[in-house]
Write a protein that binds this ligand. Sequence first.
Ligand SMILES: Cc1ncc(COP(=O)(O)O)c(C=O)c1O
Length: 525
Amino acid sequence: MTVPTYPVETDPPVPTGAQAAPPPVSTSALPAARAQLLHGGSVEQYRRAIADGVDRVARRVATVDRPATGVAPAELAPLVNTVDLDRPLGDAGAALDELEDVYLRDAVWFHHPRYLAHLNCPVVIPALLGEAVLSAVNSSLDTWDQSAGATLIERRLIDWTAARLGLGPDADGVFTSGGSQSNLQALLLAREEACAAATTPAARMELLPRLRVLTSAAGHFSVQKSAKLLGLAPDAVIAVPTDAQRRIRPAAVRDEITRCRQAGLVVMAVVGTAGTTDFGSIDPLAELAGICAAAGVWLHVDAAYGCGLLVSPTRRHLLDGIERADSVTVDYHKSFFQPVSSSALLVRDRRALRHATYHADYLNPARMVQQQIPNQVDKSLQTTRRFDALKLWLTLRVMGPDALGALFDEVVDRAAEAWQLVSEDPRFEVVTRSQLSTVVFRYLPTGPGRELADAANLYAREALAASGLAVVAGTRVDGRHFLKFTLLNPATTGDDVGHVLELIAGHAGRYVRDNTAADLTCPVG
Ligand SMILES: Cc1ncc(COP(=O)(O)O)c(C=O)c1O
C-alpha cells in the first residue's frame, strides 16, 4: 500500500511576535483535505468514489454463495486492529481495497436466501437510493432551517403511518433510530402521563418507585432497558404469562392490574407486542385496548416486527385493535425492507409528545412554535437526526405500499411452509405456529441421546455458523435451547429451508453420536 503524496505548497507567512499563533501542523495537506469535502468542485470525485463503492458491493452481492464466511473474531480482529488510522491511504480506491479485507469479504449478507437468523431484511433498491441521497445532502431533521422539505416529508410519512394504524386525526409521531428507542420514548411519555397528578417533586419521588409496566413474558428486552433508563424500580416490569401461542393472556393482565392496585402500585403502561421477536405472536390487541381503557392505563403496542402487516394486502386484520393504542412502535427496517435505521414512534394524541419538548435559544426557541415554523426536534429524543424517512418515501414513490405488503406476505407464507416442513419431520420438535415469519424448533435426539438435546442444538448452530452455509438464530424456550428461523427474505425457498434443516440434523446428529460413543468408551466411576 502506498501513502499518497500531495503537491507541497508554500506555507503562508506566519505573523511574528509574542502574540503569533502557532502554525498549523501541516498546511500542505489542506488542499487535498478540501478536495475530500463534497462541494461544487469535487462532484466528479464524489461520483467516482460512490460508483466504485457501489460497484464493489454489487459484485459481492452478485457472487456471494453463502450468507457468511463464518470468520471468527480472532481471525478478523488482527486485520482491523493493525490498520493504522493515523496513516491515511489518501484515496477512496485504496481504502475500498482495504475494506474488502476488513469488512466486505466476511460481511453477513441478509439478501442471501439462507440467512435465516434475526430480524434483518434484504433491502429494496429505492431505499438504497434514498440512503445515498440523504447522506450526501445530510439534512438534519431537528429544525426547519436544517431540513426544509425533509421535515415535511417526514411529517407526511408519519401521517401516512398513523392513518394506516387508524390512530385518528390527533395522531402524530417521529422517526427514531429503532424499535428500542421508540419503546423508550413511548414509556417516557407513559411515565410522564402517569406522573401528571404528582405535581410536587416530593410527590413524584414517592410515585416513581411504585410505577409498573406490564408486558408479555415474550416481549422485547428493550422494555426492561427502558424502565431502567427511566429510573423505574428494578422490578418495575412485570412479565405477564402467555398462552400456548405465546400471546399475552388478557385475563392475566386484568388480574395483574388489580393486584398492583391492591398493593399500592400504579400500572403506568401495558405493552402489547404485535409480533414477538421469537414467536411472531401478536397479542390480542383489541382485548388489551379494552382492559387499558377501562383501567385508564396507557397502552403501548410494540409493532416493531408486525408493522409489515400495515401494508399486507391479506393480513392487515391481524393488527385489529392497534388503532386504540396510545402509542405504537413501528420498525420499517424490519418488515418494510428498509436499511437500518428506519423506525418511528406514533402516538394517538399529539399532545403527549410535549413530554420530549425542551427549548434551546440557539435551536428551537418557543417563538418558532408561535410562528408555526415546523420542527421535529420538539418531538424527538434526538437533536441532530438522520433523514431516514427519505428511504421510505422513495420506496413508496417507486414501489407503493401494496408491493411492500406483498413481499411481507410472501415471507409469512414461506414461514408457514417452513413450519409445516419442520413439524412433519420426526427429527425436530417445533414450538408454535407463528402468525408472522419465525419458526422456533429444535433437533430432538431419540433414545439415550435425548438428554444431549440442548448441547446438540447449540453445537449445530455454531457449526452451521462456522461453515457460513446458513445462519440461524437460537433462543431458550422454557429453559431449553431451541433454534430459530426468522424468514424475511422472499427469495428463500422451501428447498433452502429443507437444505438448512438437513445441515442442522447432520451437525446435531453427529454431535449426539460422537458424545454418546465417547460416553460408552469412558471408564465409569
Ligand atoms: C418486538 C421488538 N421490539 C423492539 C425491538 C428493538 O428494535 P431495534 O433493534 O430496532 O432497536 C425488536 C428487535 O428485534 C423487536 O423484535
